[in-house]
Design a binder for this molecule. Structure first.
Ligand code: PHE
Length: 460
């Protein structure tokens, strides 16, 4: 090809190794979704059978989008917006596909706006655990601590701001000195913390029960809704559909095999989710608590466990440190598409782009902060029956997670499956012969069908 390499594909801009990209992508994938959401939806949906369905969804739905999105990113080598502008031209595809790029920048900012607020909770809870605020506390006291935090807008804003500042700081330093350095430090820390937590949970006396709960499938407890939750979560947990992997893929060296790398990422993300379950459920069971406590599971149920057990001060602090690290490495991947896009403006530096982007997202995040207190009774779209009881936070979450993410994922697989030229595609993806053909069938039909089903269900 005679076209010059796209901007992010210049040698001094790339991830320094395949491993660096894997760590960054796993850092993005492993987040609140693995540690906060996966355990509680597993708990709510009955354990083992749900886990099996979830694994199937990861490989049938999540992985194909992961591969397609990374491929688009590397081919375009720019921000999601510019990448799609270039690719529609070079692939001879309709300009309509460009919406994928805009959706990426917009949806990633929306997700980050509330993710940063919850990341702030992880910061506070790490502090609370370290200062012994859970020691000996009963269920009521722990619940009250959580309610008090949520009811205080200034405190939430403070932690939200602190979290966002960390994210902006890392992203502003650029791909190699910022993102890559951060994930190379934080991801090993995350794995160590997780293993320590699992080893500790093994000594708690209820480890066998937790293993049984998570791995012995009881299909009578699995509902249709459970299947759809598994499908939706498979997309969320792999960070696909909203441009973050497109952004990370734009710095991926040409020689890296995308298919093989994506499988490693999916496997590692799944292992972390399962290990998080094995760290959390034994503590829940050993302390006679409920596994199906819902979203409060780690902020209300776990502190109770930490408060009751010996070593709880240290392990509680470690657990929330783990949560914080996971949240930071995901949040930086959400700011990246926005920053890349701002950076493409003439005369704008990376630092300025990170600060502007971070500030805009932070402003939107204030809506989420207020949704838990001053605006808890404000339902902006209340006049539409369906949105009757949705706060600003719930609206943003709904729009981003249930609409923009699945639609983005759908558009991405359709674009690569149907609009991109076949020539050179197999080599670019890194699959050969029958495997490539089979993959294309999945990409063209199975994955879109799966996403469409979840999407329609979520709307209904
Ligand atoms: N995968 C992340 C998690 O599990 C969330 C995420 C979604 C991150 C989309 C980036 C993009 O928490």
């Amino acid at each position: 090809m005679s076209e010059p390499a796209p901007p992010h594909q210049q040698a001094n801009n790339l991830w320094t190794s395949r491993m660096a990209f894997i760590l960054a992508a796993v850092g993005s994938a492993v987040g609140l979704g693995n540690i906060w959401k996966f355990p509680y939806i597993t708990g709510e949906n009955g354990g083992g059978a749900f886990v099996l369905v979830y694994l199937a969804c990861i490989f049938l739905i999540g992985l194909p989008v992961l591969i397609a999105e990374t491929l688009i990113g590397r081919r375009g080598g720019q921000s999601p917006v510019a990448t799609m502008r270039t690719l529609t031209r070079t692939e001879g595809a309709s300009k309509g596909w460009r919406i994928i790029g805009w959706n990426g920048v917009f949806a990633a900012s929306l997700v980050l706006s509330f993710y940063a607020v919850i990341g702030g909770w992880a910061l506070v809870y790490m502090g609370k655990a370290a200062f012994g605020l859970f020691v000996g506390a009963d269920a009521e006291a722990v619940g009250a601590q959580f309610d008090t935090l949520l009811s205080n807008p200034w405190e939430l804003l403070l932690w939200h701001t602190a979290f966002m500042a960390i994210v902006v700081f890392i992203v502003a330093r650029g791909i190699r000195a910022g993102l890559e350095k951060a994930v190379k430090m934080l991801m090993p820390l995350l794995f160590v913390l997780l293993i320590v937590m699992v080893l500790y949970a093994m000594t708690s006396g209820s480890f066998g029960r937790a293993v049984d709960f998570m791995f012995s499938p009881d299909f009578s407890r699995l509902t249709t809704e459970g299947v759809l939750v598994a499908l939706g979560h498979a997309a969320f947990t792999l960070s696909v559909g909203i441009g973050t992997l497109m952004a990370y893929g734009s710095y991926l060296p040409k020689h890296v095999n995308i298919a093989r790398t994506s499988v490693s990422i999916a496997v590692m993300d799944t292992c972390v989710a399962l290990l998080a379950g094995l760290a959390i459920f034994p503590l829940v069971f050993a302390n006679g608590l409920e596994a199906d406590a819902g979203p409060g599971l780690i902020f209300v149920t776990l502190p109770l466990a930490f408060g009751q057990m010996s070593g709880g001060l240290i392990f509680g602090t470690l657990f929330f440190a783990l949560l914080l690290v996971a949240a930071i490495t995901s949040a930086i991947s959400m700011l990246e598409p926005v920053v890349e896009w701002l950076e493409e403006r003439k005369g704008t530096t990376r630092v300025k782009s990170a600060m502007t982007g971070g500030f805009a997202v932070w402003l939107v995040g204030i809506g989420t902060v207020l949704s838990f207190n001053l605006w808890s009774n404000i339902y902006p779209l209340g006049f539409i029956g369906f949105f009757e009881d949705k706060t600003v936070f719930e609206l943003i979450d709904f729009l981003a997670s249930n609409i923009l993410m699945p639609l983005g994922g759908l558009a991405i697989v359709l674009f690569v499956g149907w609009a991109v030229r076949r020539e050179g595609l197999a080599e670019d993806i890194g699959l050969q012969g029958g495997l490539f053909k089979a993959f294309m069938v999945v990409l063209k039909f199975a994955t879109p069908a799966g996403i469409a089903i979840v999407f329609l269900y979520n709307l209904a």
